[in-house]
Write a protein that binds this ligand. Sequence first.
Ligand code: SF4
Ligand code: SF4
Length: 365
Amino acid sequence: MRETEAVGEARRQMAVCNACRYCEGYCAVFPAMALRRDFSAGDLSYLANLCHGCKGCYHACQYAPPHAFGVNVPETFARLRQDSYADYAWPQPMGAVFQRNGTIVSLVAALSVIVLLLGTMAWKDPAVFYGQHSGPGAFYRIIPWGLMAAIAGLSFVFALVAMGVGVAKFWKDTGGGSPAPAPIAEGTIDILTLANLGGGGHGCNDIGERFSQGKRHLHHALFYGFGLCFAATSVATIYDHFLGWQAPYGFWSLPVLLGTLGGIGMVIGATGLTWMKIVADPGPIAKSVLGGEYALLMLLWMVAMTGLVLLGLRHTGAMGVLLVIHLGFVLAFFLVLPYSKMVHGAYRGAALIRNAMEKRQAKTA
Ligand code: SF4
Ligand code: SF4
Protein backbone atom coordinates (compact mmCIF):
# COMPACT_ATOMS: atom_id res chain seq x y z
CA MET A 1 0.00 0.00 0.00
CA ARG A 2 1.38 3.40 -1.00
CA GLU A 3 1.95 6.18 1.52
CA THR A 4 -0.94 8.40 0.42
CA GLU A 5 -2.23 11.51 2.17
CA ALA A 6 -5.11 9.43 3.63
CA VAL A 7 -2.61 6.87 4.99
CA GLY A 8 -0.64 9.62 6.77
CA GLU A 9 -3.82 11.19 8.17
CA ALA A 10 -5.14 7.81 9.35
CA ARG A 11 -1.82 7.13 11.11
CA ARG A 12 -2.08 10.47 12.95
CA GLN A 13 -5.68 9.79 13.99
CA MET A 14 -4.98 6.22 15.10
CA ALA A 15 -2.26 7.56 17.43
CA VAL A 16 -4.90 9.77 19.08
CA CYS A 17 -7.46 6.93 19.20
CA ASN A 18 -4.89 4.52 20.63
CA ALA A 19 -4.36 6.90 23.55
CA CYS A 20 -8.10 7.50 24.01
CA ARG A 21 -9.77 4.12 23.28
CA TYR A 22 -13.24 5.42 24.15
CA CYS A 23 -14.78 3.67 21.11
CA GLU A 24 -13.50 0.18 21.85
CA GLY A 25 -16.96 -1.39 22.06
CA TYR A 26 -18.31 0.13 18.83
CA CYS A 27 -16.88 -2.15 16.18
CA ALA A 28 -13.97 -4.46 15.32
CA VAL A 29 -11.65 -1.59 14.30
CA PHE A 30 -10.72 -0.24 17.73
CA PRO A 31 -9.81 -3.60 19.37
CA ALA A 32 -7.73 -4.40 16.24
CA MET A 33 -6.07 -0.97 16.49
CA ALA A 34 -5.29 -1.59 20.18
CA LEU A 35 -3.16 -4.62 19.21
CA ARG A 36 -0.70 -2.26 17.47
CA ARG A 37 1.68 0.48 18.60
CA ASP A 38 2.89 1.45 15.10
CA PHE A 39 0.84 1.47 11.95
CA SER A 40 2.32 0.45 8.61
CA ALA A 41 0.44 1.43 5.45
CA GLY A 42 -0.71 -2.22 5.23
CA ASP A 43 -2.04 -2.11 8.82
CA LEU A 44 -4.01 1.05 8.05
CA SER A 45 -5.37 -0.48 4.85
CA TYR A 46 -6.56 -3.44 6.96
CA LEU A 47 -8.22 -1.19 9.59
CA ALA A 48 -9.84 0.99 6.93
CA ASN A 49 -11.34 -2.04 5.18
CA LEU A 50 -12.50 -3.42 8.52
CA CYS A 51 -14.40 -0.16 9.12
CA HIS A 52 -18.04 -0.36 7.94
CA GLY A 53 -18.52 3.41 7.92
CA CYS A 54 -21.21 3.35 10.62
CA LYS A 55 -20.08 6.82 11.82
CA GLY A 56 -20.60 5.88 15.47
CA CYS A 57 -17.08 6.90 16.48
CA TYR A 58 -17.45 10.32 14.78
CA HIS A 59 -20.58 11.23 16.74
CA ALA A 60 -19.06 9.91 20.00
CA CYS A 61 -15.72 11.65 19.58
CA GLN A 62 -14.75 14.58 21.78
CA TYR A 63 -11.85 15.25 19.39
CA ALA A 64 -13.95 15.43 16.19
CA PRO A 65 -13.90 18.72 14.21
CA PRO A 66 -13.99 21.57 15.14
CA HIS A 67 -11.60 20.28 17.87
CA ALA A 68 -7.97 20.98 16.95
CA PHE A 69 -7.21 17.22 16.83
CA GLY A 70 -9.71 16.91 13.95
CA VAL A 71 -10.36 13.20 14.48
CA ASN A 72 -12.78 11.97 11.79
CA VAL A 73 -12.18 8.24 11.42
CA PRO A 74 -15.06 7.36 9.03
CA GLU A 75 -14.14 10.17 6.59
CA THR A 76 -10.43 9.33 6.60
CA PHE A 77 -10.96 5.57 6.35
CA ALA A 78 -13.38 6.02 3.43
CA ARG A 79 -10.66 7.88 1.48
CA LEU A 80 -8.05 5.32 2.52
CA ARG A 81 -10.28 2.45 1.37
CA GLN A 82 -10.60 4.10 -2.04
CA ASP A 83 -6.79 4.46 -2.20
CA SER A 84 -6.45 0.77 -1.31
CA TYR A 85 -8.87 -0.30 -4.09
CA ALA A 86 -6.75 1.70 -6.56
CA ASP A 87 -3.50 0.33 -5.17
CA TYR A 88 -4.46 -3.36 -5.26
CA ALA A 89 -6.33 -3.13 -8.59
CA TRP A 90 -5.42 -5.59 -11.31
CA PRO A 91 -4.24 -4.86 -13.96
CA GLN A 92 -2.60 -2.07 -11.93
CA PRO A 93 -3.19 0.84 -14.43
CA MET A 94 -6.94 0.24 -14.00
CA GLY A 95 -6.56 1.59 -10.44
CA ALA A 96 -6.77 5.08 -12.00
CA VAL A 97 -10.47 4.40 -12.63
CA PHE A 98 -11.11 4.99 -8.91
CA GLN A 99 -10.07 8.64 -9.26
CA ARG A 100 -13.17 9.54 -11.28
CA ASN A 101 -15.26 6.54 -10.36
CA GLY A 102 -18.69 8.17 -10.53
CA THR A 103 -18.12 9.51 -14.04
CA ILE A 104 -16.60 6.29 -15.36
CA VAL A 105 -19.23 3.94 -13.90
CA SER A 106 -21.99 6.19 -15.30
CA LEU A 107 -20.30 6.38 -18.72
CA VAL A 108 -19.81 2.60 -18.94
CA ALA A 109 -23.47 2.07 -18.00
CA ALA A 110 -24.72 4.56 -20.61
CA LEU A 111 -22.41 3.26 -23.36
CA SER A 112 -23.24 -0.42 -22.69
CA VAL A 113 -26.96 0.24 -23.07
CA ILE A 114 -26.54 2.51 -26.14
CA VAL A 115 -24.12 0.18 -27.98
CA LEU A 116 -26.24 -2.92 -27.31
CA LEU A 117 -29.43 -1.13 -28.30
CA LEU A 118 -28.03 0.36 -31.52
CA GLY A 119 -26.29 -2.92 -32.41
CA THR A 120 -29.47 -4.95 -31.99
CA MET A 121 -31.57 -2.38 -33.88
CA ALA A 122 -29.12 -2.46 -36.79
CA TRP A 123 -28.84 -6.22 -36.86
CA LYS A 124 -32.38 -7.42 -36.08
CA ASP A 125 -35.34 -7.39 -38.41
CA PRO A 126 -37.69 -4.73 -36.89
CA ALA A 127 -40.59 -7.18 -37.19
CA VAL A 128 -38.74 -9.49 -34.82
CA PHE A 129 -37.24 -6.80 -32.54
CA TYR A 130 -40.55 -5.00 -31.95
CA GLY A 131 -42.74 -8.07 -32.31
CA GLN A 132 -44.60 -9.99 -29.61
CA HIS A 133 -42.96 -13.25 -28.59
CA SER A 134 -44.06 -15.91 -26.17
CA GLY A 135 -43.24 -19.49 -25.27
CA PRO A 136 -39.87 -21.19 -24.74
CA GLY A 137 -36.92 -19.38 -26.37
CA ALA A 138 -38.77 -16.03 -26.77
CA PHE A 139 -35.80 -14.04 -25.39
CA TYR A 140 -33.35 -15.82 -27.69
CA ARG A 141 -35.24 -14.63 -30.77
CA ILE A 142 -33.91 -11.16 -29.84
CA ILE A 143 -30.39 -12.13 -28.69
CA PRO A 144 -29.17 -15.72 -29.22
CA TRP A 145 -28.46 -17.65 -26.01
CA GLY A 146 -24.83 -18.35 -27.05
CA LEU A 147 -24.05 -14.65 -27.54
CA MET A 148 -25.75 -13.71 -24.26
CA ALA A 149 -23.91 -16.43 -22.31
CA ALA A 150 -20.53 -15.67 -23.95
CA ILE A 151 -20.62 -11.92 -23.18
CA ALA A 152 -21.90 -12.37 -19.62
CA GLY A 153 -19.64 -15.37 -18.89
CA LEU A 154 -16.43 -13.77 -20.18
CA SER A 155 -16.97 -10.44 -18.41
CA PHE A 156 -17.96 -12.18 -15.16
CA VAL A 157 -14.96 -14.53 -15.18
CA PHE A 158 -12.62 -11.59 -15.86
CA ALA A 159 -14.20 -9.64 -12.97
CA LEU A 160 -13.71 -12.59 -10.60
CA VAL A 161 -10.04 -13.00 -11.62
CA ALA A 162 -9.34 -9.25 -11.28
CA MET A 163 -10.99 -9.08 -7.85
CA GLY A 164 -9.25 -12.30 -6.74
CA VAL A 165 -5.82 -10.89 -7.65
CA GLY A 166 -6.65 -7.61 -5.85
CA VAL A 167 -7.72 -9.39 -2.66
CA ALA A 168 -4.62 -11.62 -2.78
CA LYS A 169 -2.45 -8.45 -2.92
CA PHE A 170 -4.41 -6.97 -0.01
CA TRP A 171 -4.04 -10.18 2.01
CA LYS A 172 -0.27 -10.29 1.47
CA ASP A 173 0.12 -6.58 2.27
CA THR A 174 -1.85 -6.88 5.51
CA GLY A 175 0.14 -9.80 6.92
CA GLY A 176 -0.42 -12.87 4.72
CA GLY A 177 -0.85 -16.29 6.35
CA SER A 178 -3.34 -19.10 5.84
CA PRO A 179 -6.60 -18.79 7.76
CA ALA A 180 -7.95 -21.91 9.50
CA PRO A 181 -11.62 -22.93 8.96
CA ALA A 182 -12.75 -21.37 12.29
CA PRO A 183 -11.72 -17.75 11.47
CA ILE A 184 -13.12 -18.15 7.97
CA ALA A 185 -16.45 -19.24 9.50
CA GLU A 186 -16.40 -16.36 12.01
CA GLY A 187 -15.54 -13.81 9.31
CA THR A 188 -18.29 -15.21 7.08
CA ILE A 189 -20.88 -14.83 9.86
CA ASP A 190 -19.74 -11.21 10.36
CA ILE A 191 -20.16 -10.60 6.62
CA LEU A 192 -23.62 -12.18 6.52
CA THR A 193 -24.92 -10.39 9.63
CA LEU A 194 -23.05 -7.08 9.19
CA ALA A 195 -22.35 -7.22 12.92
CA ASN A 196 -20.10 -4.15 12.66
CA LEU A 197 -23.06 -2.02 11.58
CA GLY A 198 -24.71 -2.88 14.90
CA GLY A 199 -22.67 -0.32 16.87
CA GLY A 200 -22.26 -2.81 19.72
CA GLY A 201 -26.04 -3.43 19.81
CA HIS A 202 -27.67 -0.01 19.58
CA GLY A 203 -27.19 0.46 15.84
CA CYS A 204 -25.26 3.13 13.94
CA ASN A 205 -25.49 6.82 13.33
CA ASP A 206 -26.87 6.40 9.81
CA ILE A 207 -28.07 9.93 9.23
CA GLY A 208 -27.12 11.97 12.29
CA GLU A 209 -26.65 11.44 15.98
CA ARG A 210 -29.69 9.15 16.37
CA PHE A 211 -28.90 5.40 16.53
CA SER A 212 -30.69 3.07 14.16
CA GLN A 213 -30.37 -0.27 12.34
CA GLY A 214 -31.63 1.32 9.11
CA LYS A 215 -28.40 1.17 7.11
CA ARG A 216 -27.82 -2.41 8.20
CA HIS A 217 -31.32 -3.51 7.11
CA LEU A 218 -31.12 -1.67 3.78
CA HIS A 219 -27.69 -3.15 3.09
CA HIS A 220 -29.16 -6.59 3.87
CA ALA A 221 -32.00 -5.94 1.39
CA LEU A 222 -29.49 -5.02 -1.33
CA PHE A 223 -27.02 -7.81 -0.52
CA TYR A 224 -29.55 -10.63 -0.16
CA GLY A 225 -31.60 -9.27 -3.05
CA PHE A 226 -28.48 -9.46 -5.21
CA GLY A 227 -27.87 -13.01 -3.92
CA LEU A 228 -31.42 -14.07 -4.86
CA CYS A 229 -31.01 -12.61 -8.37
CA PHE A 230 -27.74 -14.50 -8.75
CA ALA A 231 -29.49 -17.69 -7.56
CA ALA A 232 -32.30 -17.05 -10.10
CA THR A 233 -29.76 -16.79 -12.94
CA SER A 234 -27.98 -19.95 -11.75
CA VAL A 235 -31.23 -21.96 -11.58
CA ALA A 236 -32.25 -20.67 -15.04
CA THR A 237 -28.85 -21.76 -16.41
CA ILE A 238 -29.36 -25.27 -14.98
CA TYR A 239 -32.89 -25.40 -16.43
CA ASP A 240 -31.66 -24.33 -19.85
CA HIS A 241 -28.38 -26.19 -20.00
CA PHE A 242 -29.13 -29.48 -18.30
CA LEU A 243 -32.91 -29.86 -18.53
CA GLY A 244 -33.52 -28.17 -21.87
CA TRP A 245 -36.21 -25.85 -20.39
CA GLN A 246 -35.83 -22.51 -22.14
CA ALA A 247 -36.74 -19.08 -20.71
CA PRO A 248 -39.03 -17.24 -20.23
CA TYR A 249 -40.46 -19.22 -17.33
CA GLY A 250 -43.87 -18.94 -15.67
CA PHE A 251 -44.42 -16.51 -12.81
CA TRP A 252 -44.50 -19.27 -10.17
CA SER A 253 -41.32 -20.94 -11.46
CA LEU A 254 -38.27 -20.93 -9.20
CA PRO A 255 -36.08 -18.58 -11.33
CA VAL A 256 -38.87 -15.98 -11.64
CA LEU A 257 -39.82 -16.12 -7.94
CA LEU A 258 -36.17 -15.79 -6.85
CA GLY A 259 -35.53 -13.00 -9.39
CA THR A 260 -38.69 -11.09 -8.43
CA LEU A 261 -37.97 -11.20 -4.69
CA GLY A 262 -34.31 -10.37 -5.32
CA GLY A 263 -35.15 -7.50 -7.66
CA ILE A 264 -37.60 -5.97 -5.16
CA GLY A 265 -34.97 -6.32 -2.39
CA MET A 266 -32.35 -4.63 -4.55
CA VAL A 267 -34.66 -1.73 -5.47
CA ILE A 268 -35.61 -1.18 -1.81
CA GLY A 269 -31.97 -1.41 -0.65
CA ALA A 270 -30.51 0.83 -3.36
CA THR A 271 -33.28 3.44 -2.99
CA GLY A 272 -32.96 3.53 0.81
CA LEU A 273 -29.17 3.72 0.84
CA THR A 274 -29.21 6.51 -1.77
CA TRP A 275 -31.75 8.47 0.28
CA MET A 276 -29.61 8.01 3.42
CA LYS A 277 -26.57 9.41 1.65
CA ILE A 278 -28.54 12.46 0.48
CA VAL A 279 -29.96 13.40 3.90
CA ALA A 280 -27.05 12.26 6.14
CA ASP A 281 -24.95 14.67 8.19
CA PRO A 282 -22.08 15.53 5.79
CA GLY A 283 -19.52 15.78 8.63
CA PRO A 284 -18.21 12.16 8.58
CA ILE A 285 -18.70 11.67 4.82
CA ALA A 286 -15.76 11.68 2.37
CA LYS A 287 -16.93 13.80 -0.55
CA SER A 288 -14.29 12.36 -2.90
CA VAL A 289 -15.86 8.87 -2.79
CA LEU A 290 -19.51 9.92 -3.03
CA GLY A 291 -19.71 10.05 -6.85
CA GLY A 292 -18.64 6.40 -7.21
CA GLU A 293 -21.06 5.32 -4.47
CA TYR A 294 -24.04 7.07 -6.04
CA ALA A 295 -23.16 5.73 -9.51
CA LEU A 296 -22.95 2.14 -8.28
CA LEU A 297 -26.22 2.37 -6.32
CA MET A 298 -27.90 3.82 -9.40
CA LEU A 299 -26.48 1.05 -11.61
CA LEU A 300 -27.72 -1.67 -9.21
CA TRP A 301 -31.11 0.05 -9.09
CA MET A 302 -31.30 0.09 -12.91
CA VAL A 303 -30.27 -3.59 -13.18
CA ALA A 304 -33.05 -4.59 -10.75
CA MET A 305 -35.74 -2.21 -12.00
CA THR A 306 -35.25 -3.02 -15.70
CA GLY A 307 -35.41 -6.73 -14.79
CA LEU A 308 -38.73 -6.22 -12.98
CA VAL A 309 -40.19 -4.11 -15.82
CA LEU A 310 -39.08 -6.77 -18.32
CA LEU A 311 -40.86 -9.41 -16.24
CA GLY A 312 -44.07 -7.36 -16.26
CA LEU A 313 -44.01 -6.57 -20.00
CA ARG A 314 -42.33 -9.65 -21.47
CA HIS A 315 -45.45 -10.70 -23.39
CA THR A 316 -45.77 -7.33 -25.16
CA GLY A 317 -44.02 -5.82 -28.19
CA ALA A 318 -41.74 -3.86 -25.79
CA MET A 319 -39.98 -7.06 -24.72
CA GLY A 320 -37.11 -6.78 -27.25
CA VAL A 321 -36.16 -3.21 -26.29
CA LEU A 322 -36.55 -3.92 -22.54
CA LEU A 323 -34.47 -7.09 -22.76
CA VAL A 324 -31.61 -5.27 -24.50
CA ILE A 325 -31.72 -2.36 -22.02
CA HIS A 326 -31.69 -4.80 -19.07
CA LEU A 327 -28.78 -6.77 -20.54
CA GLY A 328 -26.92 -3.50 -21.21
CA PHE A 329 -27.07 -2.61 -17.51
CA VAL A 330 -26.10 -6.17 -16.51
CA LEU A 331 -23.11 -6.02 -18.88
CA ALA A 332 -22.08 -2.63 -17.46
CA PHE A 333 -22.28 -4.07 -13.95
CA PHE A 334 -19.94 -6.94 -14.86
CA LEU A 335 -17.52 -4.58 -16.64
CA VAL A 336 -17.19 -2.18 -13.69
CA LEU A 337 -17.39 -4.88 -10.99
CA PRO A 338 -13.64 -4.96 -10.16
CA TYR A 339 -13.24 -1.17 -10.57
CA SER A 340 -16.15 0.15 -8.51
CA LYS A 341 -17.31 0.31 -4.90
CA MET A 342 -18.50 -3.31 -5.38
CA VAL A 343 -14.98 -4.46 -4.44
CA HIS A 344 -15.58 -3.28 -0.88
CA GLY A 345 -17.37 -6.56 -0.16
CA ALA A 346 -14.33 -8.64 -1.09
CA TYR A 347 -11.82 -6.50 0.82
CA ARG A 348 -14.09 -6.13 3.85
CA GLY A 349 -14.66 -9.90 3.88
CA ALA A 350 -10.90 -10.53 3.83
CA ALA A 351 -10.39 -7.94 6.61
CA LEU A 352 -13.05 -9.63 8.76
CA ILE A 353 -11.38 -13.03 8.31
CA ARG A 354 -8.01 -11.49 9.25
CA ASN A 355 -9.67 -9.91 12.28
CA ALA A 356 -11.04 -13.31 13.38
CA MET A 357 -7.51 -14.74 12.97
CA GLU A 358 -5.99 -11.93 15.04
CA LYS A 359 -8.50 -12.31 17.85
CA ARG A 360 -7.65 -16.01 18.15
CA GLN A 361 -3.90 -15.30 18.11
CA ALA A 362 -4.31 -12.61 20.79
CA LYS A 363 -6.21 -15.06 23.03
CA THR A 364 -3.50 -17.72 22.79
CA ALA A 365 -0.57 -15.25 23.12
S1 SF4 B 1 -12.73 8.33 17.60
FE1 SF4 B 1 -12.42 9.88 19.17
S2 SF4 B 1 -13.51 9.09 20.98
FE2 SF4 B 1 -13.22 7.38 19.58
S3 SF4 B 1 -11.30 6.40 20.23
FE3 SF4 B 1 -10.78 7.89 18.61
S4 SF4 B 1 -10.27 9.75 19.71
FE4 SF4 B 1 -11.37 8.45 21.15
S1 SF4 C 1 -17.15 4.46 11.50
FE1 SF4 C 1 -18.10 2.79 12.68
S2 SF4 C 1 -17.13 0.95 11.83
FE2 SF4 C 1 -15.84 2.69 11.22
S3 SF4 C 1 -14.28 2.86 12.82
FE3 SF4 C 1 -15.97 4.22 13.41
S4 SF4 C 1 -17.27 2.98 14.77
FE4 SF4 C 1 -15.95 1.57 13.64
